[in-house]
Design a protein around this ligand. Structure first.
Ligand code: 5AD
Ligand code: SF4
Length: 475
């Protein structure tokens, strides 16, 4: 009988991609996937270590599994990803955990599962030299091989069949003082450009129309080959030349060494989406320095101005950390000022969380109280939202192209009320479900339409706006 795997993914887009690659490798080896943990023979949890909160959620999940294991003790539990690398043997000692595998060992997961199924032992696979896997060609090769796997399983939903994520690079070399990523994902390794482009072609031939290139600092993609050094701009150009690819985008950018050629390719090529996720983290030079971000607020603003000069109306998204050790009211006000100056399409705000082993954990005191972190978090989100609310109003009446992602998970009353009113007034009483789509600038658009539009590029007319959502009707 086919063994069933249930996969649960925490954390960033990179983790979701890792999960789908592991799922791809497992299905190729004869395992089946199930979305019901109660039916699974193996439960895999792909974990995130970026904030303590993310780790707490994994532990509470393991608590649920403990109950499940009481009635079905034969279930195998594998914990993979960043937490696996960070905690290693400590995590393996947890009563429900059978397998622990770090982000650079994901290619071993199918073999580890088979082994544990036969020997009923616990298995650990993490690297004790996480900052040196570059030297180990075998690990790099195995990682590249896993990256070539078909994206067979979308851990988010099962209806987005028209877009895919492709890894451009792994790891990070920046060592921002607060961040655990370089310690759990290792150094930067860029995939060979031909592997990325070939994968994009294969996916396009299968009907994928939007490709998102992923990397922790994707703009530092560099691949040295005898003929030339390949950059992100080269990748974007080559992927946009694939006929069936309609849109290509990339996340996440680091403002430090952002090459103008990336902006140029965005400006010259309508398939390259005018969207940058480019976290500033803070607007205070003092804090940016303490964070080891490698730029000042002025440098960041100049880069955004340059982006908007070369690619008019580029949508800018960002991340901020509030309550970094030593952040004063004045530092925070400078962040608010930067937000007002940049006018983000949207930005995520995180409360500083001390991560074991990082520079700031070792050298700086987590001095800002939970209350102040919360206050700053709320205030910054309010400012971001107020700006987006104002800026989004300019879209009312505009026709926009969206890629339809599928049914909206939570109903938006505005649209239903509107649609029902219209349906009442006009002859055909067709109540279409609420769909969700995204524009090239990454705006979320909600509108009523037949579910059959899922996966298609269509035009909609914007009728209403909110800070994070645009509401529309079919054209
Ligand atoms: N505490 C809070 N937020 C963090 N991030 C990274 N490390 C931490 C931390 N220790 C945030 C940054 C990053 C995003 C993915 O998570 O804003 O851009
Ligand atoms: Fe972490 Fe900084 Fe690397 Fe981003 S650039 S993953 S914040 S170390």
């Amino acid at each position: 009988m086919m063994r069933k795997i249930h996969l649960k993914s925490f954390g960033c887009q990179m983790n979701k991609l890792d999960s789908s690659l592991v799922a791809g490798a497992l299905t190729e080896q004869g395992f089946a996937l199930t979305d019901k943990p109660t039916e699974a023979d193996v439960i895999i949890i792909n974990t995130c270590s970026v904030r303590q909160h993310a780790e707490n959620r994994v532990f509470s999940n393991l608590g649920h599994i403990k109950h499940l294991k009481k009635s079905r003790p034969e279930i195998l539990v594998a914990v993979i990803g960043c937490m696996a690398q960070r905690l290693g043997a400590e995590l393996l000692a947890h009563e429900v955990v059978d397998i622990v595998a770090g982000p650079t060992q994901l290619h071993e997961v199918p073999a580890l599962i088979r082994q544990a199924m036969t020997d009923h032992e616990k298995h650990l696979s993490v690297t004790d030299k996480i900052r040196q896997p570059v030297a180990d060609e075998k690990i790099i090769e195995a990682g590249h091989k896993l990256d070539d796997f078909e994206i067979a399983y979308d851990t988010d939903s099962n209806h987005i069949k028209s877009q895919a994520f492709i890894r451009a690079m792994r790891g990070c070399n920046n060592f921002c003082t607060y961040c655990i990523v370089p310690y759990v994902r290792g150094p930067e390794v860029s995939r060979p450009p031909n592997a990325i482009v070939e994968q994009a072609k294969k996916l396009a031939a299968q009907g994928i129309q939007q490709i998102t290139l992923l990397g922790q600092t994707v703009n530092s993609y560099r691949y040295e080959s005898p003929d030339k050094t390949y950059t992100l701009a080269n990748l974007l150009q080559q992927i946009s030349e694939i006929d069936k690819v309609h849109w290509v985008r990339f996340i996440t950018s680091h403002p430090g060494r952002f090459d103008k050629s990336i902006l140029q390719v965005m400006a010259d090529n309508p398939k390259v989406c005018p969207y940058l996720h480019i976290p500033a983290q803070s607007g205070s030079d003092r804090i940016l320095k303490a964070m080891n971000r490698g730029y000042t607020a002025d440098h960041y603003i100049a880069l955004i101005d340059k982006a908007r000069a070369i690619v008019p109306d580029t949508a800018i998204a960002g991340d901020f950390i509030v309550g970094f050790p030593g952040e004063t009211e004045d530092d925070f006000e400078q962040t608010v000022e930067l937000v007002r100056r940049v006018r983000y399409k949207n930005a995520f705000v995180f409360k500083y969380s001390t991560r074991p082993g990082t520079h700031s954990e070792k050298k700086l005191e987590d001095s800002i109280s939970a209350e102040v972190k919360q206050q700053r978090n709320t205030k910054l989100l309010e400012v971001i939202s107020e700006i987006a609310e104002k800026d989004n109003q300019r879209f009312i009446g505009q026709t926009m192209e969206v890629l339809v992602e599928g049914l909206s998970k939570k109903p938006h009353l505005n649209v239903n009320a509107e649609a029902n009113k219209n349906a009442g007034a006009q002859a055909p009483r067709i109540f279409h479900p609420q769909l969700i789509g995204r524009t090239a600038h990454d705006y979320i658009v909600v509108f009523n339409g037949p579910e059959s539009l899922t996966g298609q590029f269509i035009n909609v007319k914007i009728t209403k706006t909110a800070p994070l959502t645009l509401f529309a009707e079919l054209c």
